[in-house]
Design a binder for this molecule. Structure first.
Ligand code: NAD
Length: 201
C-alpha cells in the first residue's frame, strides 16, 4: 500500500470528490482526517469508511473560519502527531441553492465573496497551518484542487475562475518554497476517481 501510516487531511470530504479522495487514501493505508461543514455529514462519511478509530478523525470545520481551521489542524496533530498530506478540496463553483450562471455585471458581491472565501481563502488558511506542521517535520505534500476554469476563464463563471486562478497562483508560490505542492484540476463528468494534472512548470 502506497500510503501506509501516512496521515492525510482532506477538506470538504463528506461527499463528492473529497469523499472519493478519502476513500482512495484509506484503501492505500493512510490515516484520515476528514472535515466538512456539518458534524452529522462528517460522522456519516467516517462511519462509511469503516476504519478502526485509531485510523480516522472526523471534524466539523468551515475552511473559511480561521478559528475552525486552527482547531482542525491542532486536533489532527494531537491525534496523529504528524501530517503528511493536505488536500485542499472544499470548494464550489456557485453557493448551494444560489445562482449557477452569472454575468460578471450581474454578480452580487456576497456571492463573489463566498466563492472566493471558500475556494481561495480556505486553501490559504489550511495551507498556512499545514506548513507550520510540515516544515518542522521536514516533509509533507499539499494538493490543491483547482479546475479547468482555473486555467482558462469561462463565461458566466467569473468568481469561480478568479478563485481557481488564485488557487493556481498560490500553489505556484508554495512550490517555490517546496517542490511538493501540486495543483490538481478536477475534471467533471468523466471521473469515477479524481484525475490529477500537475499544473506547475
Ligand atoms: N465535481 C466537479 O465536476 C468538479 C470539477 C472541477 C473542480 N471541482 C472542484 O473539486 C472540489 C470538490 O468539488 P465537488 O464537486 O466534489 O463538490 P461537492 O459540493 O460535491 O462537495 C464539496 C464538499 O465541500 C464541503 N464544503 C463546502 N464549503 C466548505 C467549507 N467552507 N468548509 C468545509 N467544507 C466545505 C461541502 O459541504 C461538500 O461536502 C471543489 O474544489 C471544486 O471546485 C469539481
Amino acid at each position: 500500500m502506497k500510503l501506509s501510516d501516512k496521515v492525510a487531511l482532506v477538506t470538504g470530504s463528506a461527499r463528492g470528490l473529497g469523499w472519493q479522495i478519502v476513500q482512495a487514501f484509506a484503501e492505500e493505508g493512510a490515516r484520515i482526517a476528514s472535515c466538512d461543514l456539518a458534524q452529522s455529514d462528517v460522522d456519516q462519511a467516517v462511519a462509511k469508511l469503516g476504519l478502526p478509530p485509531a485510523r480516522v478523525l472526523g471534524i466539523k470545520a468551515d475552511v473559511t473560519s480561521e478559528r475552525d481551521v486552527n482547531d482542525l489542524f491542532c486536533r489532527t496533530l494531537e491525534k496523529f502527531t504528524r501530517l503528511d498530506v493536505l488536500v485542499n478540496n472544499a470548494g464550489f463553483a456557485w453557493p448551494r441553492g444560489g445562482p449557477v450562471n452569472l454575468e460578471v455585471a450581474e454578480t452580487p458581491l456576497d456571492v463573489w465573496l463566498k466563492i472566493l472565501d471558500t475556494n481561495l481563502n480556505g486553501t490559504f488558511l489550511c495551507s498556512r497551518e499545514a506548513l507550520k506542521i510540515m516544515r518542522p517535520q521536514g516533509h509533507g505534500t499539499i494538493i490543491n484542487i483547482s479546475s479547468p476554469q482555473g486555467k482558462k476563464g469561462k463565461l458566466l463563471r467569473g468568481a469561480y475562475s478568479a478563485a481557481k486562478f488564485g488557487v493556481a497562483g498560490l500553489t505556484q508560490v508554495l512550490a517555490l518554497h517546496s517542490r511538493q505542492s501540486r495543483c490538481a484540476h478536477a475534471q467533471s463528468g468523466n471521473c469515477p476517481r479524481l484525475r490529477c494534472l500537475p499544473c506547475l512548470g
